[in-house]
Write a protein of this length. Sequence first.
Length: 412
Amino acid sequence: MTATTVTESAANRSYRVVLRRNPRLACLLLGDLLANAGTGMLIVAMPVQTLAVHGAVDPALAIGLVEAAPFLLSTVLALTLSLGRLAVPPRRLLLADCVLRAVSFTALGVLAVTGRLTLPVLVGVLLLGSTFRLAGSSGRRLLATTLVDDADRFAVNGLLGLGGSLSLYVLGPVAGGLLAAWAGAGWALFADVCGALVLLAAVLRCTPRTVAAAAAGGERASGWRILRRRPVAGRLLVVVFFFNFLYMPVEVALPLYVRDSLHGDASALGWLWTALGAGALVGAALVDRLRHLPQRPLLVTVIALWAACPIALACVGTQPAAMVVFAVGGLIWAPFTPLAYSFVQSGLAPDEQQPVVTLWTTGSTLASPLGLLAGGPLVSWTGTTASLVVSGGLTALLAPLAAWGVLARDQR
């Protein structure tokens, strides 16, 4: 198989053209956007809820545990699917994720608003209720890209990033912060339930079983074997893993940074995430303008520029300045995921999409729980601002390694 990159395809269509040509895709993307808005509320509400129930556990460690729990069992399942030969339709996996999330977060919401939620219960339910999280995440992307042809794939990955930026980091956090400050963080858990049900309806309505079955079925080669045919994609996976790993201490430090350095509350944390989302929204919209540019150098540039953002955040002490830094960070970060996925998916046969995308999603996302588990002790031992500087400094060291690994061409 030839390693064809995104930059070698001159026929990538724009967002507007792709949406106009594919009403089913527009319906699915709308469901995904609304579901992510509910999840975005948890970005603010979950740390606030954790701080309310952490008890004798160190706050930073408690946040790290809660943030990491949804990734553990979901990683095991996703690795089993991507490294094995049995294909499960992505539509079925996404539907299972929606149903399980709706049930588990309903239970958490009831316990939270009645004052009976404890940290062990919170961690345990998140662990079990997110079993299909990674498989469902890759399923969203697979279902969306299955609805279009090769020339539309870059736009679909960009639109997924655009919708995610709008809902996860703009609409969700500000709504979650306001709701947590007004009624309590527990009520925001029900918002994720509503989002899961909306996505469930969108998948049932917009993705026929015949279309979903085209992305998987029967037996096929494992994702690892397919990925080995494209060494540069494998090296990029390593780069993305460490990029995400080094970012995660920022998520652990941020609630404490808002409380201790900015002297803010849940709404202040929500506005900070919204600033990131506003920048990411602009950055995701600009991905449409980047579709004909060399993608590999852009990926390395994003890594190098992002490294300065946590360091700059550690150097400011006011809410407006922190929002500006985070907005610039979102602008820089946003193009990375759609560029990376478009590159990985290029040159793959239809029956190779699911194992590779699932393995890639799992491998890159595995960095999140590991980074969160490492971020808790790091923030606890070094302090909030120092941990931000460490995160940025190590990311800066990653940039030259990324240039060496990603810019090298496959010798085939």
